[in-house]
Design a protein around this ligand. Structure first.
Ligand code: PLP
Length: 358
């Protein structure tokens, strides 16, 4: 049975289908008032004594402007990890349903599947780290409710070919969640423009990467309003704190500054790539649409230890299937990248000296 938004109820976990949202004091009240005796708050507080807006209307209004969607198409989570968890809990019956992911990819899909007792079927990416469309469709059956696609993908860095994603949106029988945590750094556009054509599409984005608010914890789903309604029904009532909402709103005014930073990071990505390709122990720098580079080297652990002694932390990815001998470098500030390249060159010359016969 292919997904139809009119039959959304049939796709929900039965307990979720029948569930009523927690009715919070603030969402029951309508009208204007000046005395708040409904939520057991401390009346003597000055700043954070009131509960925050459970539906984060101000933040959503601003985000809707930035993303060219209606605010009713937005759901906010305490980081996109909360969004992914709620999507899985809304649609997958524990011990019965399944989801698909395409490794090497973001580790949270497996963690969430395990936490929710949902079978995760893995269909590895091909040799170019792109989607194996036939392989995915072959693994899909009526229990397979959810497909996770991460584009640009972490840790490989590439965005998937649009045609392959579109084929999956059309032919996969369940919901497709495209994790666009790194979309701001990519050449290609967000799949937000496909939401109308494909009601089974859920996009997740975050303020943790390009927007520079990893410490704040704000992620979002962009989806059909009916899907957003379900997520609103099952979320913790006050999942986005008042501090978080206010700080996010301030930062979301600074789109021009953020766009400049993203442009700078993309320039730095190219410079770092050029420098890495000159190094004797670097075997391959993979193409990147994100704010990091996946790099295949000789002896990744030795390199990691060396950099650590220089006070530089990178991410070992060499144990992931498909990422043999690889490490991941986040793109830092120009000064940080310069320090990294300096340390890498030094490591290269130590290695060369150790190998020379004299
Ligand atoms: C960093 C990252 C996220 C962001 O998670 P938050 O919880 O929003 O910080 C989501 N997906 C991928 C693939 C990531 O790499």
């Amino acid at each position: 049975m292919p997904f139809q938004i009119e039959q959304l109820d049939n796709w929900l976990r039965p307990n979720v289908r029948h569930m009523q949202a927690y009715s919070s004091a603030r969402s029951e009240y309508k009208g204007s008032a000046s005395i708040w005796l409904d939520a057991n708050e401390n009346p003597f507080g000055k700043v954070f004594h009131r509960y925050p807006d459970p539906l984060q209307q101000k933040v959503k209004t601003r985000l809707a402007e930035l993303k060219f969607v209606q605010s009713q198409q937005l759901f906010l989570g305490n980081g996109s990890d909360e969004v992914l968890d709620l999507v899985m809990r809304a649609f997958c019956v524990p011990g019965k349903d399944a989801a698909i992911s395409c490794p090497p990819t973001y580790g949270m899909y497996r963690v969430l599947a395990e936490l929710n007792d949902v079978e995760l079927r893995e269909v590895p990416l091909d040799d170019d780290f792109d989607l194996d469309v036939e392989g995915i469709l072959a693994k899909a059956d009526e229990h397979c409710k959810l497909l996770f696609l991460c584009s640009p993908n972490n840790p490989t860095g590439n965005a998937f070919k649009v045609e392959r994603v579109r084929r999956l949106l059309g032919e996969f029988s369940g919901l497709v969640l495209i994790d666009e945590a790194y979309i701001e750094f990519a050449e290609q556009d967000s799949f937000v423009s496909c939401l109308e054509e494909f009601p089974n599409l859920i996009i997740s984005q975050t303020l943790s990467k390009a927007w520079g608010l990893a410490g704040l914890r704000l992620g979002m789903a962009i989806a059909h309003t009916k899907i957003v309604e379900v997520l609103n029904r099952i979320k913790p009532p006050y999942n986005i704190s008042r501090v978080n909402q206010e700080a996010a709103l301030e930062k979301l005014k600074k789109e021009v500054q953020v766009a400049k930073e993203v442009a700078q990071i993309r320039v730095q990505r190219q410079l770092l790539k050029n420098a890495l390709q000159e190094l004797p122990f670097v075997r391959k720098v993979y193409p990147s649409d994100a704010n990091f580079l996946l790099v295949k080297v000789w002896r990744p652990e030795e390199l990691y230890d060396y950099l650590l002694e220089e006070g530089i932390v990178i991410r070992l990815r060499h144990r992931l299937a498909g990422c043999k001998d690889s490490v991941r470098f986040s793109i830092g500030s120009p000064a940080e990248n310069e320090r990294l390249v300096q340390a890498l060159r030094q490591y290269g010359s130590i290695k060369a000296a150790a190998q020379s016969p004299h």
